[in-house]
Design a protein around this ligand. Structure first.
Ligand code: BES
Ligand code: ZN
Length: 657
């Protein structure tokens, strides 16, 4: 499954020139050693809110995260009490964010905001505090609040602006039931600041409570303890007692229903979707048990999934206790539920041990892909996991070619340097698949039992803390490589471009058979005589990806007649087929393409389809016509990416196709 979670910016022009792209990556040893020392000194308090902040001092302002204005060495937030009202008609959130803060030095605290209207700031006694808002950049505007000595609480009254980047407000027609509006948030990477004033850095953790008022006929859920039924007055209260970073604060509001899967897991969705979702995710409880058996206790109590309307820009988002998921994984045959395993695995890799900055993104995603694959293997066997690994490797290899030819060939390193750029731009397949390949290599060197023990210890030891690449590498050296006398070119993996030659190659006999059938078809066997019995979604994906790039109209018609791709209800199969249809100008599928792009906002499907359309003039015209109507239905992260691909200007004249 291609994971185009990020956009590698072929058409993106960075705000800053290459001068600013200097390396946090160059400073390895000295700081690494200092970090290890500091870490050992602060212990491993399970739900520690503060220990990792001590590690954050990369420069004199205590700001090692280039994507936040916060200066954790001066003052940090430790707890948030959010009291907000959601106005679905005005598309606005308004209320108060109150913080317990800890001041370490200086007389102010800096929070991130993006597009927020700040109405006022007071201290714990209600006394007004002076504040300033800095200039606006792609990071938003810093909110600098003066703190008279002894101030340990502040309350910020605010409301969201128009086009808040995290928020997607959906009209009833954009939902499954078509009767009620819907709202969801997407925080990762730096969007939470567009709906809450907050220190929006993955290295800063806080606990939270929230009181959320919504229209009486709607229900609210968050990345926190959640209601399973309606409140009488539209007010919902939430608590998140485990400290989390800002990108994991999330909210969804809609006409929701809940259905349990087992005692610890369940599904939220619109009423008309919830039964199908609960059926599709019947394995959730098993996945959770397997994950715990592999890497230690689940630290977040419940694990639920909310299935959102189709404009959700990602496959899934690992909001703690409540994964946000696209409905495009409801294939009707449980074949796309590896995504749930992935988001569940983030409950350890990402949510317990969190990348300290977006440059360390591979520590979240590479570990999660490895972990996800172990869950899939335990449930479905090595064949199944092997196919997924092989699809992942295919995605990685094409991403590596694209990155090598891009303005940022250094984006193929595991340790990124995204200073001066939107972090979204560097969040590619590399973190996922090269990261997972590195862990598979480590596993192959020491054997599975030792590697599992290492990971179990890693999650327990660093739980509720942030992790830098340096800190991980020192830990790896000390606890895995040295004791087992392993020599490995770690630098080539972490700070080198491309995929090192010692990367393990995933194998799958089932895919060899698929390739054999393709060869038979090319040699003249009619499509309907190919042996496709028992093929899973993955085999079909492999088939579609390995068809000849150029096919005749007769071949396209023959394939579709034999296999009914155009009417497939499987989003992965359909998206892969539609890509071929665009490439081969198979216009019988264009109505379906138009309809797909006008309903689904999942970026990993949009990017290849719109990109393929830009290859020809006819395609480009079609892309613009489709995008004109679809664009208002996409979340800002998808809009941002597709605007780049199509060089879209808002006032583009309409075209006919
Ligand atoms: N955390 C990511 C989604 C994400 C990444 C959001 C970067 C914003 C910035 C999530 O865990 C993820 O990786 N989702 C994948 C699915 C997964 C099975 C690879 C997706 O959305 O496709
Ligand atoms: Zn992920």
């Amino acid at each position: 499954m291609e994971r185009t979670v990020g956009w590698t910016g072929r058409l993106y022009t960075p705000t800053f020139g290459p001068v600013l792209l200097s390396g946090m990556s160059a400073n390895t040893t000295a700081i690494g050693t200092a970090l290890i020392f500091l870490f050992c000194a602060c212990g491993s308090d399970p739900a520690s809110r503060t220990s990792d902040h001590e590690l954050d001092g990369k420069d004199t302002l205590g700001n090692m995260d280039h994507h936040s204005h916060a200066r954790p060495m001066e003052a940090v937030i430790e707890h948030l009490d959010l009291d907000i009202a959601v106005d679905m008609a005005a598309k606005r959130i308004s209320g108060t964010a109150s913080y317990a803060i800890r001041t370490k030095q200086g007389d102010h605290i800096i929070l991130d905001t993006d597009g927020l209207v700040i109405e006022g700031v007071v201290d714990g006694a209600g006394t007004k505090l002076p504040y300033t808002l800095g200039d606006s950049t792609f990071l938003g505007r810093p909110l600098n609040v003066e703190l008279p000595a002894g101030t340990d609480r502040i309350a910020i009254s605010y409301h969201t602006g128009d086009h808040a980047k995290a928020l997607q407000w959906l009209a009833p027609e954009q939902t499954a039931d078509k009767k009620h509006p819907f709202l969801f948030t997407q925080g990762q990477a730096i969007l939470t600041r567009s709906w809450i004033p907050v220190q929006d850095s993955p290295g800063i953790r806080f606990t939270y409570t929230a009181k959320v008022s919504v229209p009486n006929d709607l229900m609210a859920v968050m990345s926190a303890s959640n209601p399973q039924g309606r409140s009488s007055d539209g007010t919902y209260r939430f608590t998140m007692d485990q400290a989390i970073p800002a990108y994991l604060v999330a909210l969804a509001v809609g006409d929701l229903a809940f259905k349990p899967v087992d005692a610890r897991t369940g599904v939220y969705a619109e009423r008309g979707v919830v039964d199908q979702a609960a059926w599709e995710f019947a394995d959730m409880g098993t996945m959770l048990n397997i994950a715990e058996r592999l890497y230690g206790p689940y630290r977040w109590e419940r694990y639920d999934v909310i299935v959102l309307p189709p404009s959700f820009p990602f496959g899934g988002m690992e909001n703690p206790r409540l994964t946000f998921a696209t409905p495009t994984i409801l294939a009707g045959d449980r074949s796309l539920t590896a995504l749930v395993a992935h988001e569940l695995a983030h409950s350890w890799s990402g949510n317990l041990v969190t990348n300290a900055t977006w440059n360390d993104f591979w520590l979240n995603e590479g570990f999660t892909v490895y972990f996800e694959s172990r869950i899939s293997e335990a449930i479905h066997g090595p064949d199944y996991a092997g196919m997924l690994q092989q699809l992942g490797r295919q995605d990685l290899l094409s991403t590596l070619v694209r990155i090598a030819n891009s303005a940022h060939p250094e984006d193929s390193k595991l340790r990124l340097d995204l200073k001066g750029r939107d972090p979204d731009e560097g969040m590619t397949e590399v973190a996922y698949e090269k990261g997972a390949a590195f862990l598979r290599l480590l596993e192959s060197k020491v054997g599975r039992p030792k590697f599992d023990g290492f990971l179990r210890d890693y999650f327990a030891r660093f739980a509720f803390q942030s992790m830098t690449t340096d800190r991980f590498l020192s830990h790896l050296q000390e606890h895995l490589l040295e004791p087992n006398h392993i020599t490995l070119d770690v630098d080539a993996w972490v700070d080198g471009v491309g995929l090192p030659a010692d990367a393990p190659t995933p194998v799958s006999d089932r895919f060899n058979k698929v390739e054999h059938e393709i060869q038979r078809w090319i040699a003249g066997t009619p499509a309907r005589q190919l042996d496709t019995t028992g093929w899973s979604t993955f085999e079909w994906m492999h088939f579609l990806r390995h068809l000849p790039k150029a096919m005749t109209e007769e071949q396209m018609v023959e394939l579709d007649k034999a296999f009914h791709f155009t009417t497939s209800g499987n989003s992965e199969v359909l998206a892969a087929w539609l890509e071929s249809c665009i490439r081969n100008d198979h216009d019988a599928a264009f109505v379906r393409l138009d309809q797909f792009l006008n309903t689904v906002g999942r970026r990993k499907f949009l990017v290849p389809l719109y990109t393929e359309m830009t290859a020809t003039e006819k395609g480009r015209i079609m892309a613009q016509a489709i995008y004109r109507t679809a664009r208002p239905n996409y979340h800002s992260v998808s809009v941002h990416t597709i605007d780049d691909i199509l060089a879209w200007k808002d006032n583009q004249p309409p075209v006919n196709f």
